[in-house]
Design a protein around this ligand. Structure first.
Ligand SMILES: Nc1ncnc2c1ncn2[C@@H]1O[C@H](COP(=O)(O)OP(=O)(O)OP(=O)(O)O)[C@@H](O)[C@H]1O
Length: 342
């Protein structure tokens, strides 16, 4: 649905030529939540601003539903932009207008009649959960409520794409979660394609289906969120995954973990996707006459299911233990026997 072909943006400053986005190509499917992650200066903001031509590219194309945004005249671009909503880190609300008036603003610009505007605004206020706050001014709202106004305003003209520029970076963790939930809700209800940029891997983990990692203006790695989490390739991606999963080097060594376990096996279970770790462990404990203890583990939820690993100690009479191991191996989980004591 969105095709980005060899997109580049050069900034000429007094002393320098900065390549903010460098020959970037991507394809984003209709209805997906696509995340772009990178450290400060990687070129994320420039990239997202090129999608709706808040910045003009130096070269390359952005094609949305077959329409090349980069070649549109100013008038056509104005119309085409109604298909692309955007929300911002600092909300960019009109401070002298109420919630209702902020949300109505893009409808006024689009020439929608007052009656239609009022009905649409009411609908949007319900959708983003701001009922009762219609007549408040932005200064009277919490950060989360301000971003809800930003989202309602961005959705006013029924866009096909929503661009999110660090939309939760100014919010505390709980408010961040409530805004991410709202974005998931909107994605599911309206089938809206969402492109978001962030420097936080937790945001990618919680809501994205696919992710691209940017460094020095380029996409250095991309894929399904679960694939990227389970097999990060580039050093920068590994660092982002560590934000969520912790640094493997900081884990207790196997030698340390096995101290004190003279009998039984120590096995490592890797979960990727739908399998839930708790169900498997409790089934083993219920069905087999074995002792099973979790020694170390990190499981995290992504939009595409659970991901992570558990190291467990399992002990019992030989037959029972072997049956339990066979049961675990038959589950959709990767099993690695890391220590076999007897
Ligand atoms: N208007 C501009 N003029 C000159 N250089 C710019 C301009 N906008 C961005 N840059 C430069 O382009 C590079 C990429 O910046 P950009 O803001 O896109 O990165 P970012 O990944 O979004 O980082 P941040 O999260 O810090 O904004 C940086 O080196 C930045 O200094």
């Amino acid at each position: 649905m969105i095709k980005i072909n060899s997109l580049s943006k050069l900034f000429h400053t007094k002393s320098n030529l900065i390549s903010a986005v460098d020959d970037l190509s991507l394809e984003i499917e209709k209805g997906e939540i696509f995340g772009v992650i990178g450290y400060s200066g990687a070129g994320k903001s420039t990239f997202i601003r090129l999608i709706n031509r808040l910045e003009n590219p130096t070269s390359g194309q952005v094609v949305i539903d077959g329409e090349d945004i980069t070649s549109l005249s100013k008038n056509k671009l104005r119309l085409s932009r109604q298909n692309i909503g955007m929300i911002f880190q600092h909300f960019n609300l009109l401070w002298s207008r109420t919630v209702r008036e902020n949300i109505a603003f893009p409808l006024e610009i689009a020439g929608i009649s007052k009656q239609e505007r009022m009905a649409r605004v009411d609908e949007l206020i319900g959708l983003v959960g701001l009922s009762g706050r219609e007549d408040a001014y932005p200064s009277e709202l919490s950060g989360g409520q301000k971003q809800r106004v930003g989202i309602a305003r961005a959705l006013a003209n029924d866009p096909k794409v929503l661009l999110c520029d660090e939309a939760t970076s100014a919010l505390d963790p709980e408010t961040t979660d409530s805004i991410l939930k709202l974005l998931i809700d909107i994605n599911e209800k309206l089938g809206l394609t969402i492109i978001l940029i962030t420097h936080e891997m937790h945001v990618i983990r919680k809501i994205c289906h696919r992710v691209a990692v940017m460094e020095a203006g380029k996409v250095v790695e991309q894929g399904d969120v679960l694939d990227v989490f389970s097999h990060p390739i580039m050093p920068v991606t590994k660092k982002f995954v560590e934000q969520v999963m912790g640094d493997n080097n900081q884990e207790d060594s196997l030698e340390w973990l096995t101290t004190g376990y003279k009998n039984g096996d120590i096995i490592k279970l890797h979960f990727v996707g739908e399998t839930t770790s708790q169900a498997l462990i409790s089934q083993v404990a219920k069905q087999f006459d074995v002792d099973i203890n979790i020694l170390q583990g990190k499981i995290t939820q992504t939009q595409k299911g659970a991901y992570g690993s558990l190291i467990v100690h399992i002990d019992g009479v030989s037959d029972e233990k072997e049956s339990a191991l066979a049961y675990i191996k038959s589950a959709p989980v990767e099993v690695e026997v890391v220590h076999h004591a007897n």
